[in-house]
Design a protein around this ligand. Structure first.
Ligand SMILES: C[S@@+](CC[C@H](N)C(=O)[O-])C[C@H]1O[C@@H](n2cnc3c(N)ncnc32)[C@H](O)[C@@H]1O
Length: 259
């Protein structure tokens, strides 16, 4: 069926508010086609008809489109750069920095941030907003309970200070949990807060089309304070950052140009 997929994404937008046309088409179409076929639908039209009256199917579809893989201290070297080069710059500006972990998935990233910041600031000065489009991932994040594999990059001293082990799982300390506020937020359609010293947005931009990414860089620019930082994932270097108002500060770290 010729415009089967395009029709499907229009209807999904109407039903869920999520606009799949901003995600790279080949990749998303492949993921959703395999799910549709697994559920026994020959085309997207009949699949959508079933989705309109079956919330379980919708929830499964949303699960498939959001890729929640994360871990503490993901790409460890980047967190070293954050702690040794970026944080001192931020602390020159504020001893109570405003920080956003965007597309935070199940919480490993904002909790990593809180643990690193707490090496330099008391927890009462740490305010991290952590957002994701996926309510289920946020629920897991709020619980703060993880399997060993999510902790493989965590230094021993941090493990001992901020986690307690209970049977086979690790609980993040309440003090760290209290430093992070989780909220649902769709990067592609919701309003952005402003005056951030640091925005961390990693391993989600790769799923978006070039035009969606360009729009996001502009929104991140506006959401940052003058000289604020944007920290992106290790495959997400910004092409021509100056055109979006950013200077490269270090690999994968961009600083809002002074205006
Ligand atoms: C691979 S995870 C990245 C998690 C974490 N930032 C990291 O690097 O470990 C990608 C996350 O992006 C979220 N996501 C996808 N589309 C989104 C959107 N439009 N707005 C906000 N979050 C989105 C997914 O739900 C998923 O949790």
């Amino acid at each position: 069926m010729c415009n089967d997929y395009e029709g499907f994404i229009r209807q999904i937008k109407k039903q869920t508010g999520i606009d799949l046309s901003h995600y790279k088409e080949a990749q998303m179409k492949r993921r959703l086609t395999s799910l549709r076929q697994k559920r026994g639908f020959d085309n997207f039209h009949t699949y959508f008809q079933a989705l309109s009256c079956d919330n379980e199917l919708v929830s499964e579809l949303l699960d498939r489109m959001t890729i929640n893989v994360s871990e503490f201290y993901r790409n460890m070297k980047r967190w070293d750069v954050l702690e040794t080069s970026i944080l001192p710059e931020i602390l020159k500006q504020s001893k109570r920095p405003k920080i956003w972990s965007a597309a935070c998935s199940t919480g490993e990233e904002p909790y990593t941030l809180a643990m690193i910041l707490n090496q330099h600031l008391p927890l009462k000065n740490i305010q991290i907003t952590a957002t994701d489009i996926d309510e289920k991932a946020l629920e897991k994040a709020r619980q703060g309970v993880y399997h060993e594999r999510a902790l493989k990059g965590v230094p021993n001293s941090i493990r001992q200070r901020y986690f307690t082990k209970d049977n086979n799982v690790y609980h993040v300390s309440e003090a760290i949990k209290n430093a992070v506020q989780f909220k649902r937020h769709n990067l592609l359609s919701d309003r952005f807060d402003s005056d951030f010293h640091l925005i961390v947005c990693r391993n989600v931009l790769i799923y978006f089309t070039e035009s969606a990414k360009n729009e996001l860089y502009t929104k991140f620019y506006r959401a940052l304070k003058s000289e604020g930082f944007l920290f992106v994932g290790s495959t997400e270097q910004i092409f021509a950052p100056q055109t979006h108002g950013f200077d490269v500060f270090d690999t994968f770290f961009y600083r809002k140009t002074v205006t």
